[in-house]
Design a protein around this ligand. Structure first.
Ligand code: FES
Ligand code: FE2
Length: 423
């Protein structure tokens, strides 16, 4: 457990909060590139770390991320016109470029001084891996853009998506670092015989700190001395990477793949979960069917979403459409969709769970380690230190993995070459 004071420190993300200051030292996903497909196209509302912003792709094809409100009299830029290298406010026509510089101030003709003094808050962006990344922190501390292996994977082998989750980022991230819950929460076939998560419901966890966060190894007994070993990475501040060479839950993977999530705080009580998935190597490209299959498997396929949004139809307002008959017969939760199962449990805790009431055990070890890393990083940044894992040199060379290990086999000899980036 953490104290109520530590819980506050970890979960509040607005400007000037301790965790908010830490998170502003990292580049993070702001939107999917698909949300701003064309130059001079419609702008998109963005909320990130409690800040209301607006994204648009300008005439040069670069993505702007600026204050959602006009500096004149605070009209929403959302209704503005994206034209000739900037966004023009629909109220009185003031126009700004992606750097926040005023290009035109038609209500103040000839007042060059005012035009050059009025700035619009604008954040740097970086487009890679199907995502528009943003840096919201102080410029003097801006690291190089991130370089996770999955960001380098060509489009034909990479799939990214995002889902809106109605709770604080931390309890969602904790779910992603909690390998033990899949024995229950994601048990989609209670009669399955060979699923390691059902054969052994208390995996042993071994956490190894690194420069980017940690990796942890989860081991489950398969009988006769054989084990299933899954290696996850926790990448500061809110990313998980997991081996998905062997998927269970009835999933039939079209190609060995790796997966992960980045949980970006929208504000203290809501989160955008960015999901990435790429093939193990360049043997099998990802076609449209594979993309849909991946989304449907996790319960966020086209049929699962409220049209025009990144929100699930099965949500807390309809109890995730739990089916009590299905719960008796086959699926442990009675809820269909891996992500939906997670959301029911994570959102159901309340927007910000009270961690002072917890009773943590051995399988919570990775979560405990992540919380203390975040608390240490918050304190370090508060006194002028660096943000761990923000430098791409710390994270560009690694990847996760999972595999079966026979009795007497050296698991590390098997894993070591596999946890090095191949793209
Ligand atoms: S409020 Fe935007 S130009 Fe006046
Ligand atoms: Fe889960």
């Amino acid at each position: 457990m953490v104290s109520a004071v530590q819980n506050e420190k970890l979960t509040r993300v607005g400007p000037g909060t301790p965790a908010g200051d830490l998170f502003r030292r990292y580049w993070q996903p702001a939107i999917l590139a698909e949300e701003v497909p064309e130059k001079d196209g419609p702008p998109v509302r963005v909320r990130i770390l409690c800040e209301d912003l607006l994204a648009f792709r300008d005439s040069e094809g670069k993505v702007a991320l600026v204050d959602a409100f006009c500096p004149h009299r605070r009209a929403p830029f959302y209704f503005g016109r994206n034209e000739d290298g900037g966004i023009r406010c629909a109220y009185h026509g003031w126009k700004f470029d992606r750097h926040g510089d005023c290009m035109d101030m038609p209500t103040e003709p000839g007042n060059e001084r005012m035009k050059s003094n009025v700035k619009l808050t604008a954040y740097p962006t970086h487009e890679a891996g199907g995502i528009i990344w943003a840096y919201l922190g102080p410029r003097e501390h801006m690291p190089l853009p991130p370089d996770y292996e999955w960001m380098r994977v060509p489009h034909e082998f990479l799939h990214v998506s995002k889902t809106y989750e109605e709770c604080n980022y931390l309890q969602a991230l904790e779910g992603g670092l909690d390998t033990a819950h899949s024995s229950y929460a994601h048990n989609n076939n209670m009669s399955a015989k060979s699923d390691p998560r059902l054969l052994d419901k208390s995996p042993r966890l071994d956490v190894h700190p690194t420069d980017y966060g940690y990796y942890y190894v989860s081991t489950r007994n398969m009988g006769q001395g054989d084990t299933y070993v899954r290696l996850y990475h926790y990448v500061m501040p809110f990313q998980q990477m997991r081996g998905g060479i062997h998927e269970f839950s009835g999933a039939r993977r079209k190609a060995p793949a790796l997966d992960g999530h980045v949980w970006v705080p929208v504000d203290d009580e809501t989160t955008f979960v960015y999901n990435w998935h790429h093939t193990y190597d360049s043997t099998t490209p990802i076609d449209e069917a594979h993309r849909i299959h991946t989304e449907v498997f996790y319960g966020r396929g086209p049929e699962d979403m409220i049209p025009g949004t990144y929100k699930l139809k099965k949500n807390k307002r309809n109890d995730y459409m739990i089916d009590r008959q299905l719960q008796k017969a086959k699926v442990y939760t009675g809820i269909v969709g891996i992500n939906t199962q997670d959301f029911a449990l994570q959102e159901g805790m309340g927007a910000i769970v009270d961690r002072s009431k917890e009773h943590l055990g051995a399988t919570d070890h990775a979560i405990i380690a992540m919380r203390s890393m975040l608390l240490r990083a918050i304190d370090a940044v508060a006194v002028g230190g660096a943000a761990p894992g923000a430098d791409p040199a710390t994270h560009r060379g690694m990847r996760p993995y999972d595999d079966f290990v026979r009795a007497g086999e050296d698991w590390w000899a098997k894993f070591e070459p596999e946890i090095k980036a191949k793209w």
